[in-house]
Write a protein that binds this ligand. Sequence first.
Ligand code: SF4
Ligand code: SF4
Length: 79
Amino acid sequence: MNAFHIRKQVIIMNKSKIFVDETRCKGCYYCIKACPKEAVHLSGHINAKGYETVEVDEEKCIGCGSCYRMCPDYVFELR
Ligand code: SF4
Ligand code: SF4
């Protein structure tokens, strides 16, 4: 997997799906601090902007939406 591999992650958040678009992430990590369940972690992947992105542990996530509301770059998308 190269450094610019684009990866998206899907979890169920209430009745919606939340998508993690790593291409948008700028590595501020507000989402990690905001998660009450410590479900957001560093992914180990570097995006095209040069930032290590985040991923969500589906087993820990309770779908509260804090990461979605906190992220300034719309990495978390509800559909
Ligand atoms: S808050 Fe958004 S931009 Fe900042 S690290 Fe988390 S996903 Fe990336
Ligand atoms: S929806 Fe809530 S519990 Fe799930 S990863 Fe985001 S902040 Fe954490």
